[in-house]
Each structure stands twice: as structure tokens, then as C-alpha cells.
Design a protein around this ligand. Structure first.
Ligand code: ADP
Ligand code: 5GP
Length: 187
């Protein structure tokens, strides 16, 4: 198996989803769909962005060892379903779009995973993107921005940090990191 598990983390609104979409369009990548207890946003579909499940079901899955990692923030649980990822890895690279705490948990069980932190060019631009997306209330945006400091402070524990200023440049940089990591592991 020559596929890689790639973790993309970074503050809300930095562009993780946008980058993932680009990589998937290129082929050879699958996105792990996480489970969450948060409410779907407008336009989100169960089984596409997330598996939207109840807290009770989430806790049952934790008990059954069903998550590769999970964490709790913004008063909701988020977790990566283990079986789903292991199945996908048999055929392609798997992208995990998860928070830093989750990424560091993944590294413990998959030391060969590539951990990439996506950072904004600056805080004002991040705020602009979050507002531009128009999916959260002002109060929720403030919570997400305050979480940013924490997320970015953990960058040093990740393998690489990529600044998502120009989108195309960020995607190329990420592809190069993946290529290099594969050469290290498999050549
Ligand atoms: P995340 O998944 O990290 O929360 P999104 O992918 O939803 O972030 O991106 C948030 C917003 O920023 C979206 O409106 C997206 O179109 C925009 N965006 C993403 N990358 C860039 C970029 N490099 N330059 C400008 N806007 C961007
Ligand atoms: P959002 O509510 O904006 O979709 O996601 C909020 C945060 O949860 C983001 O930082 C996102 O990366 C993180 N997240 C999404 N899925 C998972 C997951 O399966 N595990 C962990 N640990 N974090 C996740």
C-alpha cells in the first residue's frame, strides 16, 4: 500500500475545505468524513460534509473504539471514524480535515501520517473569510477566532505549516510535501 494519511488542520475559515476540494478534483485522494454532534449548516448534507449524529450515538461509538481520534470543542463532539479511514487507505490517499488535538492523536497511532497546518496570511484576512462564508453568527465567529491563537500556537508540533495566501500556490506546496513524504517512506 503506497497511500498516505494526511492531516490538514488550521483555524476555521482558513481555507481547509477549499484546499481539500482542489486536491480531490485532482484525483487520488479521498476525504475522511467525520462524525459530529453539531447542527448541519445550510447546504450541508448528512454523509457528505459530516455524518451528523446524536451525542448518545457519538458516546456509544467512543465506547466501542470506533474513532481513530475525537475531540470536543464549540460544545460539540467531532471524530474520525476508524473503519472508514482504514477502508479508504486501501485505494487512495486519505485527507483528514481535523483540529490540532485530533491531528496529534492521529500521529500517535499512525506515525507515518503527514501533519500539515494551514495558516492565514494574517488575522484580518481570516476574519474576512469567515464573515465572507456567512455561515456563522457574530458570536460564533468570535469563538472561532479566539480558537485560532491556540490552533496556530501548536504549529511547531506539526510536520509543516503552509500559508494559504494564494490558493493555487498553497495547493502546489501541499502536493509537493505529499510527494516528498511518499518518497521518504516508500522509495
Ligand atoms: P475552512 O474549511 O478552513 O473553515 P473554507 O475552505 O470554508 O475554510 O474557506 C473559508 C472562506 O475563505 C471561503 O469563502 C473560501 O472561498 C475562502 N478562501 C479559501 N482560500 C482562500 C484564499 N487562498 N484566498 C481567499 N479566499 C479564500
Ligand atoms: P466546523 O464546525 O467548522 O465544521 O469544524 C470545527 C472544527 O472541528 C474544525 O477545526 C475542524 O477541523 C474540526 N473537526 C472536524 N472534524 C473533526 C474530527 O473528526 N476530529 C477532530 N478532532 N476535529 C474535527
Amino acid at each position: 500500500m503506497k497511500n498516505l494519511l494526511i492531516v490538514l488542520s488550521g483555524p476555521s475559515g482558513v481555507g481547509k475545505g477549499t484546499i481539500v476540494k482542489r486536491l480531490i478534483e485532482k484525483g487520488g485522494y479521498a476525504l475522511s468524513i467525520s462524525c459530529t454532534t453539531r447542527e448541519p449548516r445550510r447546504g450541508e448534507k448528512d454523509g457528505r460534509e459530516y455524518f451528523f449524529i446524536t451525542k448518545e450515538k457519538f458516546l456509544n461509538m467512543i465506547g466501542g473504539g470506533g474513532f481513530l481520534e475525537y475531540s470536543n470543542h464549540f460544545e460539540n463532539y467531532y471524530g474520525t471514524p476508524k473503519e472508514f479511514v482504514e477502508e479508504k487507505l486501501k485505494t487512495c490517499n486519505v485527507l483528514l480535515e481535523i483540529d490540532v488535538d485530533g491531528g496529534l492523536q492521529v500521529k500517535k497511532s499512525y506515525p507515518q501520517a503527514l501533519l500539515i497546518m494551514i495558516a492565514p496570511p494574517n488575522k484580518e484576512e481570516l476574519k474576512r473569510r469567515l464573515l465572507g462564508r456567512g455561515s456563522e453568527s457574530a458570536e460564533k465567529i468570535e469563538k472561532r477566532l479566539s480558537r485560532m491563537e491556540y490552533e496556530l500556537a501548536q504549529s511547531g508540533k506539526y510536520d509543516y505549516t503552509v500559508i494559504n495566501d494564494d490558493l493555487n500556490a498553497a495547493v502546489v506546496q501541499i502536493e509537493n510535501l505529499i510527494k516528498r513524504k511518499k518518497e521518504q517512506i516508500y522509495d
